[in-house]
Design a protein around this ligand. Structure first.
Ligand code: ADP
Length: 482
């Protein structure tokens, strides 16, 4: 059994903006089931402080002359201890974890997450004497990237793991920031935190962690190439066998149509007819024409270029000429919000666009839809295609990243051999997306085959067990090599 400090800038249900929140909210509990003693470290945003029940201040300290409390609490609904970095100046402000209400990144993100990392390092070295010392420190994304770098300076240190959830977000700041943060000079070089004359938080993880992972085996291959490597492919390649891909799992406690309290009607693979009642309930809720046989296409997404929104927009006039309903829940870049909203106004019977962040509606859309579209340009793992499979909602996806690892195309061969669970296309164009939707519609007209695909989808196992076992093996290997 190892003590594992799991460091994340978000964790469901306390705070979530995307997939990292889902993972950090569920993997620690899965690791506990594999006999790991896991503690989660998280910033104390206002939303987090509002949601926690019992808590106590374990230490009072300061960084950069700013007061910081270490608060101990539990992850709601889980037996996982959480330590919160409560630095009011850095984290207790309205808006999101990384950006303000208008979507503009906080100007002091480097300082905010440097404080977070400094606390993590001191916890890892047991400087606060909290009677718990990690053997393994598991960092996630750039917000915790300085931790492996700073820990590397101590001969007696825990093993470090760094997981990349999306290489596109790197935490790059100017050189002055490096000086302002008073980071150790010996970390400033090409093979350290410097990235073309700038300070890169993510390099702290990629260069200095003992092991690096990303969230699917296919994305692990893709980011070793210049096309998807965001100028870090060479560095990742240089880490050789220390870098690998471990597929994300899903949390069966929150994403299970048989127990999901957000749904109008719970259902399972044995009662798929009840799924249709979720469709009619959502049609009613969203004032769409009601009909069980109208194919419903769902999508829940951050509205950013990565998610393939441009090819969807280019397809819309043809898509909305088909007898379908398309429901989109999302928030993000203003121009996408405006464009989709304008289309919805013109096609109220075919398209509903909800610009919001709404966890319960996300569940209802997954349950109500027949098809889920996710034509991402790149996708490290993707969770919504996994939730869709779990809910018998067949995903239409591009052949990238974790989507290619999890969705098996309904080709004749795959239908015949019983493996097909969705629709995959390779060319990232509006024409390919439309022809794949048409292909899905044609199968939808054959209820027996459709039902079989739903059964295949719902029977796939994407629980955390296997992946948690992989992480434990990696922890053991890192400890052995320390
Ligand atoms: P990413 O991490 O790139 O955003 P993922 O598919 O890995 O993409 O995870 C996205 C997670 O965030 C999913 O759980 C999805 O349901 C959720 N999500 C995204 N946008 C919204 C929204 N507007 N309302 C509710 N949940 C959302």
């Amino acid at each position: 059994m190892s003590n594992v400090l799991y460091i994340s800038s978000e964790a469901y249900p306390l705070i979530k903006t995307g997939g990292l929140g889902d993972v950090a909210g569920s993997l620690p509990a899965a690791l506990s089931k594999e006999s790991q003693n896991v503690r989660l470290l998280l910033p104390a945003y206002p939303e987090v402080l509002k949601k926690i029940k019992k808590s106590k201040i374990r230490r009072k300290t300061s960084y950069y002359n700013l007061p910081v409390n270490i608060i101990e609490t539990k992850l709601p609904g889980r037996n996982v201890t959480v330590w919160l970095v409560d630095c009011p100046f850095a984290f207790n402000r309205p808006g999101g974890p990384y950006a303000d209400e208008h979507g503009d990144e906080w100007h002091d993100n480097a300082l905010r997450f440097a404080i977070f990392c400094q606390v993590a390092v001191d916890l890892s070295l047991n400087k606060f004497k909290l009677h718990w010392k990690p053997d393994v420190v598991h960092c996630n994304d750039w917000q915790s990237g300085l931790v492996p770098a700073l820990l590397s300076l101590y001969p007696q240190r825990p093993a470090t793991i760094f997981t990349i959830h999306n290489l596109a977000y790197q935490g790059v700041f100017d050189q002055q920031t490096f000086s302002d943060l008073k980071l150790p000079e010996e970390l400033w070089h090409m093979n350290g935190l410097e990235f073309y004359g700038q300070l890169s938080f993510i390099k702290g993880g990629i260069v200095y962690a003992d092991k690096i992972t990303t969230v699917s085996p296919n994305y692990a291959r893709e980011i070793l190439e210049p096309e998807q490597g965001f100028s870090l492919d060479g560095l990742l390649k240089s880490r050789g066998n220390d870098f690998s891909g471990i597929l994300n799992g899903i949390d069966n406690k929150f994403w299970n149509p048989g127990t999901d309290n957000y749904l109008e009607k719970k259902y399972s693979v044995h009662s798929l007819n009840k799924k249709l009642l979720n469709k009619t309930a959502l049609q009613k809720e969203l004032s769409l024409p009601i009909g069980k046989s109208i194919p419903m296409i769902g999508m829940i997404s951050r509205l950013v270029e990565q998610k393939g929104l441009d090819i969807i927009l280019q397809s819309l006039s043809k898509l909305l000429a088909m007898p379908v309903q398309y429901v989109l829940l999302g928030m993000g870049e203003t121009h996408y919000e405006k464009l989709f909203t304008a289309w919805a106004k013109k096609h109220p019977d075919r398209l509903k666009v909800i610009i919001n962040y709404d966890e319960s509606l996300a569940h209802r859309i997954e349950a109500a839809s027949d098809i889920y579209i996710m034509p991402s340009i790149f996708e490290p793992c993707g969770l919504n295609q996994l939730y869709s499979l779990r809910y018998g909602t067949l995903p239409i996806v591009t052949h990238v990243g974790g989507l290619a690892d999890t969705v098996i195309d309904a080709s004749k061969k795959n239908i015949d051999n019983g493996t097909a669970n969705g629709f995959v296309f390779k060319e990232l164009t509006a024409e390919s997306l439309l022809s794949t939707i048409k292909r899905a519609m044609a199968v939808y007209q054959k209820p027996k085959i459709w039902r079989q695909l739903q059964i295949n989808a719902m029977s796939s196992d994407f629980s955390w067990k296997t992946s948690a076992e992989h992480y434990v093996m990696l922890y053991q290997q890192a400890l052995k090599e320390l």
